[in-house]
Design a protein around this ligand. Structure first.
Ligand code: ACO
Length: 336
């Protein structure tokens, strides 16, 4: 059977660090509240001057993944990019990343699935490999959530950050690679998290945010209700993924969840009986980077040598749509 194996990972984060202390000058909040309620200490904010648009971050992360994989950009058959914050409404961020990379032979497109974008993108990529249509696929999660943050809403702006992560999937006939991916959506609950017309004038942003690029829409979220949905959906779909593969929590070497809130991650891990020392988190440094959070965390875990060939790695996401998904990867890369 044909399947996709991860042969390279990469990530890219904007240079500018925005700390909780910095945010105290923007909205009525405190470092103590943000750390206690979310686990976030700081996040990265992208800048046009630094060439850190969504597609540029995507290309930087992809370059790292291609180098690790030893795959040339011309050898890519497809680029699938999960994002809710493409540089423009069109063309896709994937096509712009294709241009930056020189991946001239690839088919490139974006996937809109909120924070689940990377897992959705991996599902499409792996299916293209499984039916024999593609040999090498670049899968990316890239976001610039700072551009859709409402910097007057303390309930949401403190959560968000920018960044990108990428993996190269290569066709393989070995056992392993992506064992299975499971997706779900619930459009009935769309209004728990959505984008709306912007009322805040971006030019009025405080000095500390002077590099933020404001888009014409901003994020509205009903955090409390979303919190409960996130925990139950992530736990149930991860359980389905494990059961489908005949695995139990003991068989999972690492869980790499979407990084929305450390309390959501702890609660989901608890329901799954996966101890926190088997859960990779970096939310303290990057906040919620939406579809970028899983591939950034995966790249960090890989580069730290935490993942060994044969390990079962559980990826689990939840986001706007609502959308959620889980994937189990039999790790095949030797330590980076
Ligand atoms: N600083 C200080 N106080 C704050 C802040 C802040 N930044 N934000 C809210 N508060 C206050 C509220 O006004 C409220 O005050 P009140 O009691 O006087 O009314 C109090 O803190 C509690 O507010 P809640 O909203 O009930 O706080 P909660 O514990 O639910 O935490 C949070 C809010 C962090 C947003 C949480 O609900 C959450 O993480 N929700 C889930 C988000 C999620 O799942 N995202 C995943 C998909 S979306 C995505 O990834 C883009």
């Amino acid at each position: 059977m044909l399947t996709g194996q991860i042969v390279g990972t990469g990530s890219a984060l904007p240079k500018k660090v925005l700390t909780n202390k910095d945010l105290e000058a923007v909205v009525d909040t405190s470092d103590d509240w943000i750390v206690r309620r979310t686990g976030i200490k700081e996040r990265r904010i992208s800048s046009n001057r630094q060439q850190e648009d969504t597609s540029q971050l995507a290309a930087m992360a992809s370059q790292e993944a291609l180098e690790m994989a030893g795959v040339s950009p011309e050898a890519l058959d497809m680029i699938v990019l999960g994002t809710a914050t493409a540089d423009r409404q069109f063309p896709s961020a994937a096509c712009l990343a294709q241009k930056y990379l020189g991946a001239t032979k690839a088919v490139a497109f974006d996937v809109a699935a909120g924070c689940s974008g990377f897992v959705y993108a991996m599902y499409i990529a792996n299916n293209a490999i499984a039916v024999g249509n593609c040999r090498n696929v670049l899968v990316i999660g890239a976001e610039r959530l700072s551009s859709v943050a409402n910097w007057e809403d303390r309930g949401t702006c403190v959560l968000l950050g920018d960044g990108a992560g990428a993996v190269i999937l290569t066709q393989s006939t070995n056992n392993g690679g992506i064992l299975s991916t499971h997706l779900a959506s619930d459009g009935n609950s769309w209004d728990l998290l959505y984008s709306s017309d912007r009322q805040l004038d971006g030019s009025q942003l405080p000095e500390v945010l002077n590099e933020v690029a404001q888009s014409p829409s901003y994020l509205i979220m009903y955090g409390n209700r979303l919190f409960k949905k996130a925990v139950s959906c992530m736990a149930s779909i991860a359980t389905s993924a494990m059961e489908h593969n005949g695995l139990t929590a003991d068989d999972i070497k690492f869980m790499i969840p979407h990084q929305a809130n450390i309390r959501i991650i702890r609660a989901a891990a608890d329901r799954l009986s996966i101890p926190m020392d088997k859960v990779y988190t970096n939310i303290d440094r990057y906040g919620n980077t939406s579809s970028a959070s899983i591939p950034i965390a995966l790249d960090e875990a890989n580069r730290k040598g935490l993942l060994k060939p044969g390990d079962n790695v559980l990826l689990v996401a939840f986001g706007a749509g609502l959308t959620w998904g889980a994937s189990i990867v039999k790790w095949s890369l030797a330590s980076a």
